[in-house]
Design a protein around this ligand. Structure first.
Ligand code: ADP
Length: 403
């Protein structure tokens, strides 16, 4: 059963082809047969397409394209042509799985896409403008390229749908409750996968574990996962809430927004740009949204970069503390995504705040290709670094739904 997975973003498209003919156990992910990505930030007027098949070299080409649908067509062609060919014909694909960022209150489970689902995703664009629009365009492009193949939407909000009302409700006027202005939470596909994988690594039942999962990439969020269920998370009504991120501020005093609007005549679009694009690591360091660049500058004595890293860690620890309170205990912390999988500095500094819980890391911390337990043997809390597998989890969800 060949399943094509598309994770469409505003500046990149990531895709994989999985063969789930053998079925698949939860928390255990097949390696993709093929994977490819489009990077639209590569250079003005062009896109960088990188494709590889399992065990093969990555092939990169720069194409003079700016249209997303044309880029996707070129990407799909690498499945059936050239050095990365893995299919004789595109008709071998039996389903397409899409990561859709916002499912609102309507979708709490994966769903087969029809006209009604597309319309709901379109209506939810106002809640996640960059993300849901790109997801919808991806769905329409794949329909055009592959015809009648079933397409499935897997929502990044769905895992958090079970949060208790007290965690999901904002303390504004009651009208907000009625209007659906509430904490939805995001990165759910990743939080759910790493929680399942962590239970497997620990050899314990997910139902018995209290886990804090930390998805730290360009976007950053935490989830409190109790017995396999998300009981709290840091992102909210939109992916802007919670932790400091690459270029997003995370939570700030809402009074700052009122102040900027009143005193400086700041408009909606300007506020949106300030908070989403020019804040976070990028805003404070004045350098980049890439933690590697900011840390390098910090090590060379750049005080603004130092401040950016210090605030990132402070916010992270503070929110980790609040998730631990929502859990009412802690068996394991899981780090995942670009920063979470790769930064010993972040593991160390984030965990330092919790030695009073008996959480101790190993002395020699190193990045690894495989998932690893970085806690000291006598630590009372396990600390796992798990490579997230959002695309693999989407393929599994598709497989389960279509079976
Ligand atoms: P996205 O949310 O766009 O999928 P990623 O999960 O790829 O993002 O994470 C991007 C972040 O990961 C960047 O801030 C980058 O600096 C960070 N990152 C990637 N590799 C490393 C590394 N070796 N050390 C520290 N940070 C890293």
């Amino acid at each position: 059963m060949k399943i094509f997975v598309l994770n469409a973003g505003s500046s990149s498209h990531k895709s994989c082809l999985f063969d789930l003919s053998q079925g698949n156990a939860i928390g255990q992910i097949n390696r993709p047969l093929w994977q490819a990505a489009l990077d639209w930030t590569h250079a003005e007027g062009s896109v960088e397409l990188t494709a590889s098949k399992s065990g093969g070299e990555a092939v990169t080409q720069v194409l003079p394209l700016t249209d997303k649908a044309e880029g996707l067509q070129a990407l799909v062609q690498t499945l059936v042509q050239g050095p990365t060919k893995v299919l004789d014909d595109l008709s071998e694909i039996v389903a397409v799985g899409h990561r859709v960022v916002h499912g609102g209150r309507d979708y709490q489970q994966p769903v087969v896409i029809d006209a009604g689902v597309k319309e709901t995703i379109r209506q939810l664009i106002s809640l996640a403008p960059a993300h849901n629009l790109a997801n919808l365009q991806g769905i329409e492009a794949m329909e055009h390229l592959l015809g009648e193949v079933p397409q499935v939407a897997v929502f990044d909000t769905a895992f958090h749908a079970s949060m208790p009302e007290a965690a999901a409700t904002y303390p504004g006027p009651y009208d907000w409750v009625e209007q659906g202005i509430r904490r939805y939470g995001f990165h759910g596909i990743s939080h759910q996968y790493v929680a399942q994988r962590a239970a497997q690594m620990l050899g314990q039942n997910l139902e018995d574990l209290k886990m804090l999962t930390c998805h730290l990439g360009n976007g950053c969020s935490l989830a409190a996962v109790k017995g396999g269920i998300s009981v709290d998370t840091t992102m909210g009504f939109t992916p802007l809430d919670g932790l400091m991120m690459g270029s997003r501020s995370g939570s700030v005093d809402p009074g700052i927004l009122i102040y900027l609007m009143r005193q400086e005549g700041c408009g909606v679009d300007h506020l949106d740009h300030l908070l989403n694009k020019t804040s976070g690591l990028k805003g404070l360091s004045g350098l980049s949204n890439d933690l590697r660049v900011v840390v390098e500058a910090m090590e060379q004595g750049n005080t603004q970069a130092q401040l950016a890293v210090d605030v990132f860690i402070h916010r992270l620890r503070r929110e980790m503390g609040s998730m631990i309170a929502s859990l009412g205990g802690l068996d394991a912390v899981v780090f995942t995504a670009g920063i979470g999988e790769n930064s010993p500095l972040v593991w160390q500094r984030a965990c330092e705040g919790f030695d009073f819980l008996g959480l101790k890391l190993k002395d020699d911390l190193e990045r690894a290709k495989d998932d690893q337990d970085i806690a000291a043997a006598d630590s009372r809390v396990r600390v796992l670094v798990i490579h997230t597998q959002e695309e693999g989890a989407i393929a599994q969800a598709c497989h389960a739904l279509l079976q």
